[in-house]
Write a protein that binds this ligand. Structure first.
Ligand SMILES: C[S@@+](CC[C@H](N)C(=O)[O-])C[C@H]1O[C@@H](n2cnc3c(N)ncnc32)[C@H](O)[C@@H]1O
Length: 321
């Protein structure tokens, strides 16, 4: 029902085709996703338009020129994209439609890109890629090929809408989790894990999983929630953290650095720390549910609604020798 031929046509993954096919068959089972059929109907309703106007190296991932469409295509495109909301990661400009996502994901890329090895000519894996916004930016910065993985089916469908117009065979997005990846597939020159570590029950295992996907000499880029001070270096939220249910642990910078070293990486550095602002994650027309403002203490935005320190993120880079 969903076509992953572009990924399966790449010879470098051939040895692991069976693993990927098994994982995809389980993940894409329509019985598990009541909404999937409806979302795919929306994809089918997207107008057929070709474009060469594609700009991946600017803050807004831009596919198709403004003013190029007739009125019917313009509103059909807008309505189909809008029907796929909530859109969380972006922004995107698709012809005349500006997708004002919940997150200014471009701000994260501005914090990340100055610190990482040049992506020119690299094969890249982005674990927990969401709609693939950062994958597009990686291609914009010269990556040869980007594989994004994210178990969220809605993100896959949103990606399909963007890819329908971008038609970029150097970017595949698979709706699978890191746990579905082959245990050892050291193919990637750069592996990104951004916003995923705290969702994993066993943080060091996650870092080792990432290492097993990196080629020797490759770079790990790990971005995650951090906490300034806590005894033992780890906060384990009792139930929710900033209303998120699946946050298992938030660690200090020192603790994360020591885990990355323990996993066998060298040249480990924390290159950025940033408190998430109410302008970076906010409710928009394209994501109309609660957002960061509602997840913080209304009387003290330095705390979450549960009383923990408000979200702060650290960016770590390391090398696999
Ligand atoms: C906070 S978002 C971060 C998205 C993006 N990487 C960014 O930094 O903006 C976390 C993402 O990780 C995905 N995710 C959760 N569990 C995962 C897993 N086991 N493997 C891969 N991705 C996962 C979620 O679906 C979600 O899209």
């Amino acid at each position: 029902m969903i076509d992953f031929n572009s990924f399966f046509s790449r010879p470098e993954f051939q040895q692991w085709h069976t693993d990927f096919k098994t994982a995809l068959a389980q993940r894409v089972d329509p019985k598990r996703h009541g909404d999937l059929r409806g979302w795919l109907e929306i994809i089918d309703s997207l107008p057929e338009i070709d474009t060469n106007e594609i700009y991946l190296n600017q803050d807004t991932v831009t596919i198709g020129a403004k003013g190029a469409l007739n009125q019917q295509d313009k509103s059909q495109l807008h309505d189909a994209l809008f029907a796929l909301k909530p859109w969380r990661k972006g922004p995107y400009q698709i012809f005349d439609t500006f997708i004002d996502t919940e997150w200014r994901s471009d701000w994260k890329w501005q914090r990340v890109s100055p610190h990482i090895a040049s992506l020119a000519g690299r094969t890249v894996l982005d674990v927990g890629c969401g709609t693939g916004y950062h994958c597009w930016r990686m291609l914009g910065d010269g990556a040869d090929y980007v594989l994004g993985i994210d178990p969220s089916m809605r993100f896959l469908v949103q990606h399909m809408a963007v890819q329908k117009y971008a038609q970029n065979s150097n970017f595949d997005l698979l709706p699978i989790g890191i746990e579905d990846m082959p245990g050892s597939m050291p193919l990637f020159d750069s592996v990104f894990s951004m916003g995923v570590l705290y969702h994993r029950r066993n943080p060091i295992n996650h870092i080792i999983e990432l290492k097993n996907l990196l080629a020797s000499g490759g770079e790990l880029v790990l971005e995650t929630l951090i906490i300034d001070h806590i005894e033992g270096g780890i906060l384990t939220p009792k139930e929710r953290y900033a209303q998120m249910r699946n946050v298992w642990s938030i660690m200090t910078v020192d603790k994360i650095i020591s885990l990355i070293k323990q996993a066998g990486f060298t040249d480990v550095q924390c290159v950025d720390q940033n408190v998430t602002s109410l302008d970076e994650q906010r409710r928009t027309d394209w994501m109309q549910f609660h957002s960061l403002k509602e997840f913080l203490d209304p009387h003290d935005v330095s705390k979450t609604i549960e009383g923990y320190p408000a979200p702060k993120r650290g960016l770590f880079i390391a090398t696999k020798r």
